[in-house]
Design a protein around this ligand. Sequence first.
Ligand code: AMP
Length: 114
Amino acid sequence: MGDTIFGKIIRREIPADIVYEDDDVLAFRDLNPQAPVHVLFVPRKAIATLDAASAEDAELLGKLLLAAASYARQEGLAEKGYRTVVNCNEHGGQTVFHLHVHLLGGRPMHWPPG
Ligand code: AMP
């Protein structure tokens, strides 16, 4: 566990545009942004997928969402709105197996997603 591209970013082994960090959470801009604001919120703890999270991670999962909401508010996205996404495994479109919350904002989002 931990040896993903996001693990390397957390350990500062590769660069990233980090916009927020605390004891539990790191947030950095997505390399391939899908909206004017596209930031990934990752736990320092290496949990591979949402499916791999357990009850002991409940507080950490809440912290990820609250950090995303707080950042969205700070960036002036909250009033118009934004989207948070957690992709899980193959059909969810997950490509990096270190749990993360996408925050997308700055344009209208569509539903259903692709
Ligand atoms: P997912 O498909 O939900 O697993 O999302 C993985 C996301 O990580 C994608 O949006 C990628 O563009 C993004 N990504 C991959 N490598 C990096 C990186 N080195 N720095 C920032 N974002 C990355």
